[in-house]
Design a protein around this ligand. Structure first.
Ligand SMILES: NC(=O)c1ccc[n+]([C@@H]2O[C@H](COP(=O)([O-])OP(=O)(O)OC[C@H]3O[C@@H](n4cnc5c(N)ncnc54)[C@H](O)[C@@H]3O)[C@@H](O)[C@H]2O)c1
Length: 369
């Protein structure tokens, strides 16, 4: 804490690792005058009783022995530890810290452990999807679009980066104000991606693109494969942490507030729709980050080889893969999704989705009274 204070005073950007139990650190912070601006938790709480979370009061070895020898007792330790952790977090938050759920089921598991994280039937703190990713990205169709160059040749990957940058630059010329910043961020990312040297195996890239960008970029890749600028087919895909492919009330769909976030229809329809529109492979699976039984994911892979058939498939499939989720988010009355859907229906008249009629809540209340 002394070192962190020094860094704050000197305006240094540093990262410090604490070797110990996080509960002890939260309690130490809570008892001191140390000011925390932002806080979250990144233990593997999607698996609270099988080694994802090590409770305070036990050493690492003691925990491992108890997980195997006395799992019921271990569960009690986890619950007590989460209660202590939340008590400390609540006190630090009361002093001005902004706390949020990182997507590891912290709030869910803390609530199950009887910790003080509930207020009026809801979690006291937001998930990062509710405050950041949902309204800024998913509702507009931005998500982690991915591609892999099957040649394994870095030159092909460099070529795809250039193609993606050109598409984003072109889109920026006429993009509506509400998505300009996202496009600018993505352009900066893709322009600098090669020099950041993040590729460790497959020649693959990930780019937070919206529906229009995904289709346009993929189509340009397909043309480049056809004319030999790119030497071999490309596999398109995406992460499950996206607009449409995942129903996860504690993460990806956390900012869908119409009650439907506890259903799994979006992932299922995305997966089936992708299969029908030409995906090379699809998957429907469980787990994905927040733990078994808490989430359904629908995924795909689409191989493009420069052929007219690949062009047809990518246009149909990527369109569905993104807009299916935007439709759902729009029915939930998320403003970014409503405007994106209206924009998409203008550019593609064949798309017809019912748009919600937003009632004035005060007017309804006064009429009922
Ligand atoms: N927001 C997202 O999109 C996103 C992305 C990736 C992972 N996740 C989730 O975040 C969590 C962490 O992911 P990861 O890949 O870093 O997992 P990990 O298992 O590699 O790392 C978790 C670490 O927490 C440590 N830990 C456990 N209990 C502790 C305690 N009481 N005090 C201090 N340290 C403790 C473990 O020793 C481990 O090193 C997972 O639940 C994962 O599902 C979310």
């Amino acid at each position: 804490l002394i070192r962190a204070d020094k860094a704050r005073k000197n305006k240094e950007a540093i990262s410090i690792g604490y070797l110990g139990n996080i509960v002890n650190l939260w309690e130490k912070i809570e008892q001191s005058d140390f000011k925390v601006d932002l806080g979250s938790d990144q233990t593997s709480l999607h698996n609270p009783y099988g080694g994802g979370y090590y409770p305070a009061g036990l050493t690492y070895e003691e925990s491992n022995e108890m997980i195997a020898g006395n799992p019921e007792k271990f569960k009690e330790y986890v619950h007590l530890s989460l209660q202590r952790q939340v008590n400390a977090i609540n006190k630090v938050a009361a002093k001005g810290m902004y706390f949020w759920d990182y997507g590891n089921a912290f709030l869910l598991e803390a609530s199950r452990a009887g910790a003080d994280v509930m207020q009026n039937g809801k979690f006291k703190y937001p998930s990062y999807v509710e405050d950041i990713m949902g309204p800024l990205y998913f509702d507009y169709g931005f998500g982690p679009f991915r591609w892999v160059c099957t040649s394994g040749n870095p030159k092909d990957l460099a070529q795809t980066d250039k193609i993606a940058a050109n598409v984003l630059e072109d889109m920026l010329k006429s993009a509506p104000a509400e998505i300009k910043q996202q496009l600018q961020d993505n352009l900066k990312w893709i322009r600098e991606a090669e020099q950041n040297k993040l590729v460790v195996g497959s020649q693959a890239r990930i780019l937070y693109a919206d529906g229009e960008a995904r289709i346009r970029i993929a189509n340009e890749f397909n043309k480049a494969i056809a004319n030999g600028q790119i030497s071999a087919p490309i596999v398109l895909g995406r992460d499950h942490h996206d607009v449409s492919g995942t129903d996860s009330p504690f993460r990806e769909t956390a900012n869908i507030y119409d009650g439907s976030k506890f259903t799994a229809d979006m992932a299922v329809q995305t997966f089936i729709g992708n299969a029908m529109r030409g995906a090379t492979w699809v998957s429907l699976h469980n787990g994905g980050g927040v733990g078994w039984g808490e989430v359904i994911n629908g995924g795909f892979g689409l191989v493009i080889d420069g052929s007219p058939d690949a062009e047809k498939r990518l246009k149909k499939m990527l369109f569905w893969d993104v807009n299916n989720g935007i439709a759902r988010r729009s029915w939930a009355r998320n403003s970014g999704a409503i405007s994106t859907l209206q924009r998409t229906m203008q550019s593609e008249p064949k798309l017809q989705v019912t748009v919600p009629y937003i009632a004035d809540d005060d007017l309804i209340s006064s009429v009922i009274e």
